[in-house]
Design a protein around this ligand. Structure first.
Ligand code: G3P
Ligand code: CA
Length: 247
């Protein structure tokens, strides 16, 4: 890992809190992660909500596609009790509530805002919201949908964008992927190789490694020249880093 590597809290503090909820984000900040990543989706009435999966099944007490729920109905679901009864009653947050909560605590806190929808109008609204909250001064936007990154780049030559290698996505990266479209990419810990990290660095593209949640994954990460690591378990990783003099 680079000497100044950063630590990204994946969906907040995912191992101990219900992912992609305000309580998870605030806990990750309190723990001291350098930045927080979260996922944005659309409801049926096109409200911007923060959740990872395309269904509500895994992370709530409901069933069905996020995009089939009206906002007022998805808000009735419990997005916390599945993780632990002490989180029962936690609601799915909107993008605006997420930004208010995190940036209300620290206006300069770096965020990684992932566009889960391949939807131009959604991307524009998320982008506008990020501008309104100054997210792009310190953070980045990312997506598995190259078209959305191309749109963002067409609107803003200076925005910091994260993409993914071809093998992780359904639509191949456009030719300009390594010529100004992406500033950063993300490799899975299971298949990151030094040659590939060098390939990206030679093109000026930073590299994140995800996930780094335990000692075995940290031992893979340490010798690699990555710019950041993404963790679900900061409570496990920080003590291991401290033992090694890396934090
Ligand atoms: O930044 C990496 C990560 O957020 C992408 O994977 O599936 O958690 O959205 P996923
Ligand atoms: Ca994500």
């Amino acid at each position: 890992m680079k000497p100044d590597f950063k630590i990204v809290g994946h969906r907040g503090f995912k191992s101990k809190y219900p992912e992609n909820t305000i309580v998870s984000f605030l806990a990750a900040m309190d723990f001291g992660v350098d930045s927080i990543e979260f996922d944005v989706r659309l409801t049926k009435d096109r409200q911007l909500v923060v959740t990872h999966d395309h269904t509500v099944d895994r992370c709530s007490n409901g069933e069905g596609l996020v995009r089939d729920f009206l906002f007022e109905d998805i808000r009735k679901l419990d997005f916390g009790g599945w993780k632990d009864s002490k989180f029962a009653g936690t609601q799915i947050p909107t993008l605006e509530e997420t930004l208010d909560a995190i940036l209300g605590k620290d206006p300069n806190f770096p965020l990684l805002v992932e566009l889960k929808e391949d939807d131009d109008e959604c991307t524009k609204r998320v982008y506008d919201m990020c501008l309104k909250y100054n997210v792009l001064e310190h953070g980045l936007m990312l997506s598995f949908h190259p078209r959305q990154l191309q749109l963002l780049r067409s609107w803003n030559p200076d925005i910091y964008l994260q993409g993914f290698p071809d093998r992780y996505i359904k639509v191949p990266q456009p030719p300009e992927a390594f010529n100004g479209l992406y500033n950063k990419t993300c490799l899975w810990t299971t298949d990151a190789k030094p040659e590939e990290i060098k390939f990206y660095h030679d093109k000026g593209v930073a590299v994140d490694l995800c996930p780094v949640d335990n000692e075995e994954q940290l031992e893979i990460a340490i010798p690699l020249d990555v710019d950041s690591i993404t963790t679900n378990a900061p409570d496990v990783i920080y003590p291991l880093l401290r033992q090694r003099g890396l934090r």
